[in-house]
Write a protein that binds this ligand. Structure first.
Ligand SMILES: O=C(O)c1ccccc1NCC(=O)[C@H](O)[C@H](O)COP(=O)(O)O
Length: 213
């Protein structure tokens, strides 16, 4: 299972979290987020991470040339689209960045929200199902109704996101069986400042092993 820790803001924490077992790290490229990082800072972190860790840039309603420019500056291996990007936009991005994993976030409000997967299935690699919050695009710390995923088959591999933490992860995995999980505020002391003890606890709960910090 893939484990993505999102909203990394410094190299020390990024390396420690990769060392603990995260398979992907997320970097917020949305200017109004408290976890926003400049491309230069992302590049300085990504160039010092183990090569096996996926580096995902999180964007929301950013235009195509800007995404492409940031990916080229920062050695991102994936782009996560968290806004109202259309399937046509995803298609264009994919043709410009064919080797970059394209993840489309879907805010899950009702079971109808999941129907969106049909129109994006051919133009993205992966989905990320997150909580719907009217005022915030992501990193909300809110869960959604996981029952909505019962009986749903995604046309692409998918991450479960939204309000996950070491206390609810076992229940979430049991109920939803995702291909990956994505956590941000549930393993933080404050926005952008990850709590390594909470991250170690997450891995302990998932894999039933002790981790040294
Ligand atoms: O994290 C942010 O600040 C953010 C801002 C704008 C768009 C997306 C953002 N985060 C996207 C993520 O992938 C988060 O990990 C995801 O929403 C889950 O967050 P949380 O509920 O805090 O675990």
């Amino acid at each position: 299972m893939r484990i993505k820790i999102c909203g990394i803001t410094n190299l020390e924490q990024g390396r420690a979290i990769a060392q603990l077992g995260a398979t992907a790290l997320g970097f917020i490229c949305v200017r109004k987020s408290p976890r926003y990082l400049l491309p230069e800072t992302i590049g300085a972190i990504t160039s010092n991470l183990p090569p096996t860790v996926s580096r995902i840039g999180v964007f929301a309603n950013t235009d195509l040339p800007e995404i492409i420019s940031i990916v080229q500056q920062t050695q991102l291996t994936g782009v996560q689209l968290h806004g109202l990007e259309s399937p046509q936009f995803c298609q264009q991005l994919r043709s410009q960045l064919p080797d970059v994993e394209l993840i489309k976030a879907i805010a899950v409000k009702t079971s109808d929200s999941l129907d969106q997967t049909k129109i994006y299935a051919d133009v993205v690699d992966t989905f990320l199902f997150d909580a719907y919050a009217p005022q915030q695009l992501g990193g909300t710390g809110k869960t959604f109704n996981w029952e909505l995923l019962k009986g749903f088959t995604s046309p692409r591999p998918w991450f479960l996101a939204g309000g996950l933490n070491p206390n609810n992860i076992q229940r979430a995995l049991k109920m939803t069986q995702p291909d990956g999980i994505d956590l941000s505020s549930g393993v933080e002391q404050s926005p952008g400042n990850k709590d390594l003890h909470l991250v170690a606890n997450l891995f302990k709960v998932i894999w039933k092993k002790e981790y040294e910090l």
